[in-house]
Design a protein. Structure first.
Length: 290
């Protein structure tokens, strides 16, 4: 006759099984938590070099990108008013960085021909086009580097006057699904300086915001209006090679940077160029006026 094991032995086996299960749960929780650890913060290089018009809002724009990254915890910002770090060569100065350290580049109302030699220009385009890094152009980022055709190709065009100066700009939302603009109403007004773009076509970008062409004072603008199509984009998104590019003319005034709508737009734009969110870059015809 086979006797059953002593009760104490059974209890030990039960305890062992419970301990093993507990260890397994602990292991899963531990490694599960590791898998959920947020990735290393992205790094953004903000350039505010000016060789032409000097916007009073350059420091506001630079600080806004810094603060948006800090408050969201999503990226670290390095602020420069020179272009030394726009290179893939080693910057031979203690602790200096180069483009290899960064995930996105922001031009904060840069103007004129920046200090970039041919090798720096090639490295900047490799950064965006081949490595798929991001670019955000703020306001006068369109009023710079006219002598570098690829720059205009990357951004989508160049500045060509602001026919109404700073005014209560009537703006239409064209893409209510894009992360940087979905918080805007279908139709709204912002006091800002809206650029007219040249060498620009909506066929090459996803227009997110545009001026309401029916609410503009063409008499007042006179001969400063050069676009026969009256297509005045206020923000757009596009790709350049593997890279994501966002541009908006909003941000001329210092006050614009205190506007939560503008802050949200550049927060979401930076997230998008960093690849944290998705949004279309498909071009489309002008959307009907609301
Ligand atoms: Zn301006």
């Amino acid at each position: 006759m086979i006797s059953s094991p002593p009760e104490a032995f059974v209890n030990i086996r039960r305890i062992s099984a419970v301990l093993a299960a507990a260890a397994l749960v602990g292991w899963i929780v531990h490694y599960g938590a590791l898998a959920q650890t947020p990735p290393v913060k992205k790094r953004v290089l903000v350039i505010g070099q000016t060789k032409g018009f000097e916007h009073d809002s350059v420091p506001d724009a630079m600080a806004a990108i810094y603060n948006l990254g800090k408050k969201s915890g999503l990226w670290e910002t390095y602020i420069r008013t020179d272009t030394e770090w726009i290179t893939k060569k080693k910057v031979d100065r203690g602790n200096a960085k180069n483009l290899n350290y960064f995930d996105a580049l922001v031009f904060a109302s840069t103007t004129g021909e920046l200090d970039l030699d041919d090798s720096q220009k090639a490295d900047m385009m490799t950064f965006i086009k081949d490595e798929g890094k991001g670019f955000v152009g703020i306001h006068a980022a369109l009023d710079t580097l006219y002598k570098w055709p690829e720059y205009g190709e990357m951004t989508g065009g160049w500045f060509n006057d602001h026919p109404w100066g700073t005014f209560e700009a009537p703006i239409v939302l064209e893409d209510p699904s894009f992360p940087a603009t979905k918080h805007f109403a279908k139709s709204f007004v912002k006091k800002d300086e809206i650029y007219q773009a040249k060498d620009w076509s909506r066929d090459k970008v996803n227009v997110l915001l545009r001026l309401n062409e029916n609410k503009l004072d063409y008499q007042k603008a006179g001969d400063r209006v050069h676009r026969a199509d009256h297509d005045f984009a206020v923000a757009w998104a596009k790709t350049y090679g593997k890279g994501r590019v966002f541009y908006s003319t909003l941000g001329h005034t210092k006050e614009a940077w205190d506007d939560p709508d503008i802050q949200t737009m550049y927060l979401e734009a930076t997230k998008w160029v960093l690849g944290m969110t998705e949004g279309s870059t498909a071009s489309h015809a002008k959307t009907p006026l609301p």
